[in-house]
Design a protein around this ligand. Structure first.
Ligand SMILES: [Zn+2]
Length: 231
């Protein structure tokens, strides 16, 4: 059994973790964006044999589960990999940003490989390359330091960037991120698709800015082995 510890960062009401009001009037909470991607990853992986997803956050968003709780669950469950999904901040209403992927300061080859694979797939699917000088970085973050298995923390764009924020708020972006993360997990765990499962993926046309974009995702899903339709 290939076990994936999946952590949507924070909780819905964690202070400060939200989009910048000047760009997003609703001040969408970071957990909402993180969790949306994690849910789609879970859905994608339900089509694969011999794998299980351990969600480390509170799926209702009400509680912000502590980092120590999250990592001890992953360690106790003997997860094979740990992926934490976040969205970034620090641009303060300026432009630029992009996706970043972090590992702990000292890691093995397996962890670096997972980091590179996740980042490469995320950029390939979303195009949100941004302008960070070191999008693949190392950092002394609790989730990465305290977890015993290869662990990567993803920052899927900036919540306070005029260029990133309108993109990361779309359902389309979440779908693309989830597909990228799912593919990286499938490759890492050498997972096989369930024969019995009907691998139908419904792409909601209303969530896309154009028909071409929806069709593009259908193409990518089909290439990834899903049966996809636009509704
Ligand atoms: Zn975060």
């Amino acid at each position: 059994m290939f076990k994936i510890a999946l952590s949507a960062g924070h909780g819905k009401n964690t202070p400060g973790k939200r989009c910048l009001k000047k760009i997003d009037k609703k001040e969408t909470r970071e957990w909402v964006l993180n969790s949306r991607i994690c849910e789609l990853v879970e859905k994608n992986l339900s089509n694969y044999e011999n794998c299980s997803v351990i969600r480390l956050d509170d799926k209702t968003g009400k509680k912000d589960i502590s980092i120590t709780n999250r990592t001890s669950t992953a360690n106790k469950e003997n997860a094979d990999i740990y992926i934490s999904v976040h969205h970034n901040a620090g641009i303060k209403g300026g432009s630029g940003g992009g996706i970043m992927a972090f590992t702990y300061l000292k890691v093995g080859e397996k962890t670096e490989k997972l980091q590179e694979l996740l980042y490469k797939k995320l950029i390939d699917k979303t195009g949100l390359k941004g302008n960070r000088s070191t999008p693949l970085s190392k950092a002394n973050l609790g989730e990465l330091r305290q977890s015993k298995m290869p662990a990567v923390l993803l920052e899927c764009g900036f919540m306070d960037s005029t260029t990133d924020t309108p993109i990361i708020l779309t359902k389309e972006f979440a779908e693309k991120c989830a597909l990228a993360i799912s593919e990286a997990i499938v490759e890492t765990g050498k997972l096989k698709q369930k024969q019995s499962a009907k691998k139908l993926y419904i792409v909601q046309a209303g969530a896309f800015s154009s028909k071409e974009n929806a069709e593009e995702l259908v193409k990518k899903l089909k290439k990834a082995g899903f049966d996809a339709v636009i509704k």
